[in-house]
Design a protein around this ligand. Structure first.
Ligand code: KPL
Length: 306
């Protein structure tokens, strides 16, 4: 089976490299802006600092009919437009969404009602140094699971992913993993983006109060959504602290998006918290949401596609 990667950003390219290193067949689905410019050799800087040239097959939307398994690594706000280009995707082809945040899957399900729809949650670290040069910055976990009934028979996909990534596991409740990741992103991403800091700088005493207040707001909203599967507040704090420490030298994806004048995933991260807050006051989350919206107001729609 051939994997097709949609979204040649940092994580999409690192995954391409890791799968190719294990002998998997991988195609990269490219957009119009790459036509005629594609450099077929992707360069991957591994965790040990080695540079490796990675070969993958370039594909364009007219090849959608031949896609066997689609891994979607585009940003949350790009997913629907990118998938609309692939309307000839066979109905049997599984679509695996790996973006940050929530609120996209429902739209994809409406576009492709018969396809197996899955979500993936990955904590691998990746940085795009420039086009076709990516650095793998951290090994993480990868979870995969079904978002509709048709996807329930696709658990065998984790085997090759586990070989390539070190860890990959199937979860029948992938939505819980997505919400847990979103809770972390809803704290780290807007705070680092608004304050122009690395993830690790969040542990400086000057951010202690705002970090505590935002964590509390996010925990209260998300734990209500998780119901009896909710983690304790202490467990959430420990997990947050661990992610901050593990990614301390990273700039969060939202920080990078703002810094490069790109649109952000604000709507799908902080926007999701606001939309699900009900009667619970979320003043810090709301203020950060507005600040990100204001700061990213200059990002042009034309920059939305990778
Ligand atoms: O997922 C991330 C992101 O930046 O989007 C974290 C975990 C915060 C790492 O930077």
């Amino acid at each position: 089976m051939e994997w097709t990667i949609l979204g040649a950003g940092a994580l999409g390219c690192v995954m391409t490299g890791l799968l190719r290193q294990r002998g998997e067949s991988v195609a990269l689905m490219l957009s119009e802006r790459h036509r005629g410019h594609f450099h077929p050799s992707l360069e991957l800087i591994t965790l040990t600092g080695a540079h490796q040239l990675i070969q993958s097959r370039p594909r364009f939307p007219e090849h959608a009919r031949t896609v066997e398994c689609l891994l979607v690594f585009t940003k949350a706000y790009q997913v629907v437009d990118a998938l609309k280009e692939l309307r000839h995707l066979p109905a049997s082809t599984p679509i695996i969404l790996l973006h940050n945040g929530l609120g996209v899957a429902e739209k994809v399900q409406a576009l492709f009602p018969n396809n197996p729809l899955l979500a993936g949650v990955s904590s691998h670290g990746a940085i795009k140094e420039r086009d076709w040069l990516v650095r793998h910055t951290g090994k993480g976990e990868t979870w995969l699971g079904p978002l509709n009934d048709a996807a329930k028979t696709w658990s065998h996909l984790v085997k090759p992913l586990e070989k390539a990534l070190g860890h990959a596991e199937w979860s029948d409740d992938i939505a819980l993993h997505q919400r847990r990741k979103l809770a972390i992103n809803a704290v780290i991403n807007p705070l680092t983006a608004c304050n122009n800091i690395t993830n690790g700088q969040l542990l400086e005493p000057r951010f202690a109060d705002v970090l505590e207040q935002l964590s509390e707001e996010v925990y209260q909203v998300m734990s209500r959504l998780d119901g009896d599967k909710a983690e304790t507040q202490d467990a959430f704090r420990r997990r947050l602290q661990q992610v901050i420490e593990l990614t301390s030298s990273n700039h969060s994806s939202m920080h990078q998006d703002l810094a490069h004048g790109r649109p952000t995933e604000n709507e799908y991260i902080s926007g999701y918290i606001l939309a699900n807050a009900g009667n619970q006051p979320v003043p810090v989350c709301s203020q950060l949401y507005q600040e990100i919206e204001r700061k990213s107001g200059t990002a042009k729609p034309a920059q939305r596609m990778q």
